[in-house]
Design a protein around this ligand. Sequence first.
Ligand code: C2E
Ligand code: MG
Ligand code: MG
Ligand code: MG
Length: 278
Amino acid sequence: SAKNLGRGRIVTFDSALEQRRRDDMMMEQYLRKTLETEGIEVFYQPLVRTIDQTICGVEALARWSSSPLGRVPPDVFIPIAEKAGLIDMLGLQVLRKAIQATTAWPDVGVCVNVSPVQLQDNGFAHEVEAILTEAGIDPGRLTLEITEGVLISHPEQALKAITALKGLGVGVALDDFGTGFASIGMLRRFAFDRVKVDKSLVAALDTEQDAAAVLQATIALARAMGISVTVEGVETELQAGAASLYGCDVMQGYLYSKPMSEAEMMERYFTKWKSVSQ
Ligand code: C2E
Ligand code: MG
Ligand code: MG
Ligand code: MG
């Protein structure tokens, strides 16, 4: 009967939620263990300068695999780390490893993602400073990537954190631009050094008629304010051609390279440099 069906559906819904909660808790426990043993890996994806197609930097991307769960994507474990209060530890582990790797590379920059939760911690800029000092690296080589959410939910706190980071000489980038509410006014107010145009704007070039005009206008506005523009998710020559025609400074995407381990990065891109400098 309809009544039974209704009850059955409620039971199913309850147990699905319950199951989900158990999965999250299990993942949280494994993640905690991985963090305690410094087991989060960092992969690197080249950033390619448009004008001469050379590598001007890399983006550091967290990778996690654990024996029972296998490889878990960041879009899954980052939100879990945020909810479980583990993101500060995770973020600093990624930052420390990325800075360490960068010290062994030629004069390229490194971009590291920062969770909105990390920015709400008043001590964040100090932690960053300590890591840079310990590694003895020029702070100008580091750019921290921030998503717009925190600018809208906690604008005062975000401004404080960004100002402190810029005071260290660290660059700040607005990540995933063009997907939400972040405005041109926000680029100016928070004094971003770079903007990263989200890959969905690039992907839309293949399917939506007005996508080219939107991409072009987005790049032009950022550049008019003196902000360097990186276009993410470049997968085809056609997309690269459009992004470069519209004046983007840096490109990132599978067309050039997927994210790879530190060892692979060294071998594929920096070996020559290493042999020359030693
Ligand atoms: P994001 O910061 O926007 O990073 C770019 C994402 O696009 C990466 O996904 C990268 O692998 C992917 N990508 C690069 N080129 C292409 C392409 O040509 N096509 C497509 N379809 N994708 C491309 P990934 O590594 O899975 O990371 C997903 C997101 O997880 C990141 O997006 C970032 O928001 C978050 N994340 C990753 N590592 C960290 C971290 O250490 N801390 C924090 N807070 N978030 C992180
Ligand atoms: Mg990013
Ligand atoms: Mg992005
Ligand atoms: Mg993202």
